[in-house]
Write a protein that binds this ligand. Structure first.
Ligand SMILES: Cc1cc2nc3c(=O)[nH]c(=O)nc-3n(C[C@H](O)[C@H](O)[C@H](O)COP(=O)(O)OP(=O)(O)OC[C@H]3O[C@@H](n4cnc5c(N)ncnc54)[C@H](O)[C@@H]3O)c2cc1C
Ligand code: FES
Length: 258
């Protein structure tokens, strides 16, 4: 698999650099790529990693088709993503996927998408596939500038609102907003969330208190991505420790302990 394109998103700066990485599309016909769904992810390991880091890195599939290639949006947070940011078109990358389960999609059911930071990535295609639905609403919480994310592209298709956090008061206001909106989708609407763990905890708690539940996409650290190393377990209330890569990354909030 080779790199088609690496595009810097937004101005970047003190709060990190953001990129869209497009890899060759393996072809839809006769492969799992013909029926991949938002929420699934890929493991990416450039050959240039050498022995450091040893393992690939997991990323949500932001889009995948012949025209765009297999695209992930990533934020530089450490050594693996820093090395990804140095890739050039034509570089060779090992990519395995599509992996994991996906977010539910229920056309006609009021659906609330809740994204925190780069957790917006799986919702890019979700919004595209459901743009005909007037029942779709996306609430996006972020710290870096909005142009670091594909927000404008999504807002052109569905009801999307962004809330930037620049101080503790903004965070409290955002949590209050979640407390107001989530109950409107309980118990019968669909609530889907992706973002940092504290954000997912808040979503799960508010939904539970309102008599509903949400689907949460977990971002546990992963090494193999296929259930072999047990490096990514979460605690399932009924089944005990489960690997997030093989049984998730999407779980119902009332099924797991976060
Ligand atoms: C299913 C899944 C989908 C993901 N989708 C995306 C995506 O679309 N875009 C994106 O930018 N990131 C995504 N992530 C997170 C991404 O995998 C990590 O940011 C990446 O692996 C960090 O690698 P690194 O080598 O740069 O960081 P490291 O050098 O390994 O660590 C640097 C810092 O990042 C933290 N970190 C490492 N891994 C994670 C993680 N999984 N979650 C949160 N913090 C982490 C470490 O604790 C440390 O503070 C996803 C993770 C999962 C499990
Ligand atoms: S990453 Fe190896 S079991 Fe999940």
């Amino acid at each position: 698999m080779t790199v088609r394109r690496l595009t810097r998103l937004g101005a970047g700066g003190a709060q990190g650099d953001f990129f869209e990485l497009a890899l060759d599309f393996p072809g839809a016909e006769g492969s799992a790529w013909g029926k991949w769904r938002p929420g699934q992810f890929v493991m990416v390991r450039p050959e240039g990693f050498g022995m450091d880091p040893l393992m690939g890195r997991p990323f949500s599939i932001a889009r995948a088709d012949e025209e765009h290639g297999v695209c992930v949006l990533f934020q530089v947070v450490g050594r693996g993503t820093a090395k990804l940011a140095a890739l050039r078109p034509g570089d060779r990358v090992t990519m395995w996927g599509p992996l994991g389960n996906a977010f539910a999609a229920r056309p006609g059911v009021p659906t609330l998408l809740l994204a925190g930071g780069i957790g917006i990535a799986p919702f890019l295609e979700y919004v595209k596939r459901h743009s005909a639905s007037a029942d779709l609403r996306l609430i996006f919480g972020h710290r870096p500038p909005l142009d670091c994310y594909p927000f404008a592209e999504m807002a052109a298709l569905a009801a999307c609102e962004a809330h930037r956090e620049t101080c503790p008061d903004d965070l409290q206001a955002f949590i209050a907003l979640l407390g107001e909106v989530i109950p409107q989708y309980c118990p019968d609407g669909l609530i889907l969330a992706c973002g940092p763990l504290p954000f997912l905890r808040t979503v799960g708690r508010v939904a539970g208190e309102a008599g509903g539940r949400a689907q949460l996409s977990l971002e546990n650290r992963m090494a193999c991505g296929v259930g072999a190393c047990l490096g990514c377990v979460t605690e399932h209330k009924e089944h005990g420790p489960l690997s997030v890569c093989a049984r998730g990354p999407v779980f119902w909030s009332d099924e797991i302990s976060l």
